[in-house]
Every structure is written in C-alpha cells, then in structure tokens.
Design a protein around this ligand. Structure first.
Ligand code: MG
Length: 656
C-alpha cells in the first residue's frame, strides 16, 4: 500500500475507532483486581479513573513475571525467510491464509474480510486465523521497526470492527456464499486458533509504543469475548474439540487475571481428560485414523500439559493421560518410514523429516526414558532402536510389516480398521509400501477439503475406495468400513496379517498379507458372498514410467538406480490402466500409474486373487519368473497357496 492510501485508510478508521473502543470500566470489571500486583489498578478503577487504571494495567503487564507461555520466545524469536515474507506481505494486505493458495491474495487497502476468491471453505475460514500476525510480531522484534506494530494494531481493530459476534442462524438451505460472515469469522476452531496465537502477538508487540493503554483495553475485551464464546461453543467431537479445549486452557493459563480464568482451565482440562479416553483407542491410535491429525492430537495433549505445568496449574491430568500419549507416540514412530515420512492415509499430507523429527524432539520432554524415541529424535546418536520390527495396532487397524528401521528396510503399513471419524476415507485394506528409500505405493492423499460443488468433487475423487490399493465391487465406495483382524503373526522369519472387510451388501473382502522371509509381500485376496459382478483389485504406483505387461498382468518400475519392484496379479480376467493421482500437499497433485485387475464374480462363488510384490535390484525387474496359485478350494477358515519366484518355492498358508 502506498503512503497516501495508507494515510487515507488510517484516517478513515480513526473516527470509527474512537466511537467503538471498548469500555475500560467494563473490561476492568472482568479482572480480579485483588490479585497481587494489581493494587494500583484496583485503586484507580475504584476512583473511577479508568483511563489511568488502563495505563497502570499496561505497566503491570509489561512488568509481569511468573506467567509463562510455551509458544514463541518473545525475547529471541526465530523469524524464517518465509515468515518475513508473510510479515512484509501482511503490511501490504496480501495475507498469508493457506499454503494451498499461493501467492497470497490481496484483501484490499480497506480490508475486505469477506473476500473469498476460491470457494474452498478453508480459504474463508483460515483467513480468520490471521497467520501473518505472529510473523509480523517476530519481524517487529527482530527489526525493531514500529511499522509492523502499527499495522498489527490497525488490522486487529479493523478485524474487531468488521467481524462482530452476531447471532448466527445456521447454514441450512443456503448457498455458502449467502451464509453470514459470522459463520466463518467465529467458527469455534478459528476462535480458538486466535486465542492461542494472540498470546504470542501480545507478548511480541507489548513493548511497542503502538501498544497503548486504550489498545490494551480493546485487546482484553476482544480476548475475553473469544474465550467466553469458545468455552460455550465447543465442537461436538473430534480433533476440533481437542484443539478448542487446549486453547481455552491456554487462555486461562496466560491471563489468570480474568475472573473466569480458573473456570476456563477447568473446562479445558475436563474435556481433554474425557476425550483422550474417547478419541484414542487402547492401542494409541486417534479415532480419525489420519497420521497427520494423530500427530496434531499428541501435540494438543502435550501443549496443554506443558502450559499448565509452566504456570503451576498441572491440574487433574492423571497418569493414564501420559500413558495414552506414550501409546500415541509409539504408534507414530512405528508407522513412520525410515525417511520419517508417514503414510498419507485419510487427509494426511506428506510431512518432512524436519517436521516429524521436530515432533519427536518435543515429545522426548514427556518421555525421556523412551529409548526408541530418543534414537529417532537424534538420528541414532543416542537411544536405541526397538527390539521388534513388525507391530500390529489392532484397535485402529494398522499393521506394520517391516524388516528393519534403517534406509535399506522394507516396510508395509496395512490399514484395515473401524469406520473411524471425519478425516478417515473409504480405504479399508489399503497399504503403503516403502523399500530402500522409495515409497512405491504412496496413498492418493486428499488434495482438498470442503467447499462448493467443484471443490467437493475434487475432494471426493481422492476419497474413493477405487483409488486405493484395495478391492472394489463395481468400483464403488465401501458401504461399510468395519474391518476385523482375523490373524496376526510376526516372527523373525516372516509375518502374516489376515483382515476382513464386509464392505458391500453380499460381498466380504478377506485380505491376507504375507511378508515372505521378510523380503517380499504376497497378498491373497478373496471376495466372497452372494454378490455378483465386477470385482477389481486396484494398485496405485508412485509417479514413474513403468513397464506394463497386460498379458502377464504385471507391472514393474524401471528406476535407473536399480531400486525397483515388480508386481504381478494372478486370478484376474484382465488388467486395465486407470486414472491415477497422488497428492502430497493441499491442492498439489501428481499423475501416477494406476491399474485395475478385474474379475467377473459369480453369485455365491468367491473371486480369488494373489498379488506378488517383489522388491528387486535386477537389471530388468520384469524378468523375474513369478508364479502363484491357491492350493485347494476356498475355505472360510483357511487358505493355502504356493508362490514360486525364479524357481524357488514358497508354500504359504494360514488357518483361522
Ligand atoms: Mg487415501
């Protein structure tokens, strides 16, 4: 924004603000002025000198000791290059709202908080997380330039003015574009996001001359309105509820001066204690079955604990709370591949080593005795690896079949659990498989969340059963998503997992995965029941230029570095190429090879397939001679098969 426009903008704002600034007397009444350090404020307020009381209150906050936050260190903030850009663009009203929408949009010299350039709900909601304000605070501290503080104060007040908390009557039968702004600005998740991050902004900008006594009153008035609203509008369930409770705890811990602070802390602690039992299965898997949100939930539980601890309100967190967190941590490093990435199941994104290991380092503070966590957090410099390799998480339905933990390992994470909650997809029976530094079967991911018809259409493509490595009837989505574990055996010689999903009316999919000699995978799929018609096994490779053989029903990768796999399916009538995409990040997608192996199922007769996935360093991966067949007819309680690779026989079987 040029200087003239900025002056006009400021001038336009000032009269309005003078009229609508918060009433200092009312705000002071929200505080417990009998607290130590607030004597002067109390006295002035009693005398009706609220302007002077506000100044005294600002002095109190500037000199306040004993209250700690657990976010940014205001004295030594780290400002990354990217954050500096967000801060500087924030000055120009190019607001960083979402990484999926870059470059950032311009919201007008006179900010239009209702601007919605793409009808993706996230873009509208997340504007109200004002993610550029903490970077502006850091930039202020790092550079000492008051322009950041000046602009923050302007934008903060502009937000209050243009996003009042009005009554919201719901979105029923309305086009999203017709929905009242309050629905977006005051969604509880956004309100609570602001509760957490405005603590950081408060600390970062507090020394500025722009942070006047009058602004302090506006800030506290707004903050109290937020906390009160949040504490009476919790989401019904899921990670939103956890985020909200943690942030209400933050409000009650960082501003103990509010009369309501103790009740905020208690409400938040009660919710987290209740929800950790409800949302986390006994095996440590968060019930949305999404590795990204799973990590976020560990962080929520951990942050709440840290904030309470730091301020002397450990509260009523029982030992079982920490025990559950520990199970959640173990689940995370078990499903992680040796490069620290996690499967992009459900709505997960591809996390970097930096991000995942950063979490491990934080979690070590809670579990200093976990030697495996220590090992992963320090790149093996300290601690030690788990004594096991494969491991089943039977409540969440994740089965990890691995032969090691280092970059030469081969790892499959099979997913076949309960219906789960919102972020979970229609993917029972699917897997990711990683070997020698390469993920050969990355999940399709999620690409985008909710929005208008066009946005939802894109989201739904990625959620389909048929774009996972599993079996469908007529390529339709699973009707039920309640998989059962029938057998799990993990030994140093090899593993077997047998899971079953009664996914469609009249069709149950039984999938047995053998990790043969801990070297390669054999998948025995049997689809049984009264249903008839098109049954298909789907496989999605990583983006590559593969070698296909539709006669042999085989596909092989052909990477020049010699790290490849060959896949061959037995029991299908035909092999067809399908549309394939994988999305590692929001609104990012890459084309990739995908295939269906189809069979016409007859009523009452099972369709039976065997898939061999063979990691290889052969010059031509497609040259491996692979054969496989079931021995005997379908049995509801057992299966016997024989697989031959390059002349070597591998008899495989299971009995239930
Ligand atoms: Mg998926």
């Amino acid at each position: 924004m040029n200087l003239i426009k900025k002056v006009l903008c400021v001038a336009a704002l000032l009269p309005a603000l003078a009229l609508r600034g918060a009433d200092a007397g009312k705000v002071l009444d929200l505080l417990d002025l009998s607290r130590s350090g607030l004597e002067k404020v109390a006295e002035l307020h009693k005398q009706g000198q609220d302007s002077l009381a506000s100044s005294a209150l600002l002095d109190y906050f500037k000199g306040r000791t004993g209250v700690k936050s657990v976010g940014v260190n205001p004295e030594k903030p780290k400002l990354t290059k990217e954050e500096r850009r967000w801060a500087d663009e924030g000055l120009e009203h190019k607001f960083f709202v979402h990484k999926g929408y870059q470059p950032s949009y311009f919201y007008g010299d006179d900010i239009n908080w209702q601007y919605w350039p793409v009808k993706d709900n996230e873009l509208r909601w997340q504007l109200h997380r004002t993610k550029w304000w903490v970077p502006m605070g850091k930039a202020y501290r790092v550079t000492g330039d008051e322009k950041y503080a000046r602009e923050w104060v302007l934008q903060y007040r502009d937000w209050i003015k243009k996003n009042p908390l009005t009554e919201f009557k719901g979105i029923k039968d309305k086009d999203m574009e017709e929905v009242d702004n309050v629905y977006f600005a005051w969604r509880p998740l956004e309100v609570c996001d602001r509760l957490e991050h405005q603590i950081e902004q408060f600390e970062l900008f507090l020394p500025s001359a722009e942070f006047t006594p009058e602004f302090l009153i506006d800030f506290l008035d707004n903050y109290h309105r937020h906390a009160t609203f949040a504490n009476s509008h919790y989401s019904a369930q899921g990670n939103h509820l956890l985020f909200e409770a943690q942030r209400v705890i933050f409000a009650g811990s960082f501003f103990p001066e509010f009369k309501d602070a103790a009740s905020w802390r208690k409400a938040g602690v009660d919710i987290l204690n209740r929800e950790i039992k409800k949302q986390v299965f006994p095996d440590g898997v968060q019930f949305e079955l999404d590795p990204g949100y799973h990590m976020a939930c560990v962080n929520i539980f951990g942050k709440a604990l840290q904030m309470m601890d730091a301020n002397g309100y450990r509260g009523e967190f029982p030992q079982s709370y920490l025990d559950t967190m520990k199970n959640m941590v173990e689940f995370t490093y078990n499903i992680a591949f040796p490069d620290f990435t996690l499967p992009v199941f459900s709505d997960n994104k591809l996390h970097t080593k930096h991000g995942v290991q950063g979490n491990y380092r934080i979690w070590r503070k809670f579990f200093p005795k976990d030697q495996a966590l220590r090992y992963f957090a320090t790149d093996g410099k300290k601690g030690k690896l788990p004594e096991y390799t494969s491991r089943a998480f039977t409540n969440g339905g994740f089965y990890v079949m691995r032969n090691g933990w280092d970059s030469t390992a081969t790892v499959m994470v099979l997913k076949a659990g309960p219906a789960g909650e919102w972020h979970n997809q229609y993917d029972n029976g699917t897997f990711e498989m990683w070997t020698n530094g390469r993920n050969f079967f990355p999940d399709s991911g999620s690409f985008i969340y909710g929005g208008d018809e066009e946005v939802l259409k894109q989201r739904n493509w990625f959620r389909q059963t048929a774009v996972h490595n599993t079996l469908t009837l007529y390529d339709k989505n699973l009707q039920t998503r309640e998989s059962k574990l029938l057998k799990w055996e993990a030994t140093p010689q090899g593993d077997v997992a047998v899971v079953e999903t009664p996914g469609y009316d009249g069709l149950t999919h039984r999938r047995a995965v053998f990790f043969v000699d801990k070297k390669f995978y054999v998948i025995a799929d049997e689809a049984y029941g009264d249903a008839e018609g098109d049954v298909a096994l789907h496989y999605q490779l990583l983006p590559c230029d593969p070698l296909e053989n539709t006669v042999k029903k085989s596909v092989s990768t052909a990477f020049a570095d010699g790290n490849n796999i060959t896949l061959r399916v037995f029991g299908a009538d035909k092999m067809e190429a399908e549309e394939g995409w994988m999305s590692p990040a929001y609104r990012v997608k890459k084309a990739r090879p995908a295939y269906a192996f189809r069979s016409a199922k007859k009523a009452g007769k099972p369709s039976r397939f065997i898939t061999v996935i063979y990691p290889t360093d052969a010059a031509n991966p497609a040259n491996h001679d692979i054969k496989a067949a079931y021995k005997g007819k379908y049995s509801p309680t057992s299966a016997t098969l024989e697989v031959i690779v390059d002349g070597k026989k591998y008899p495989l079987s299971y009995t239930l």
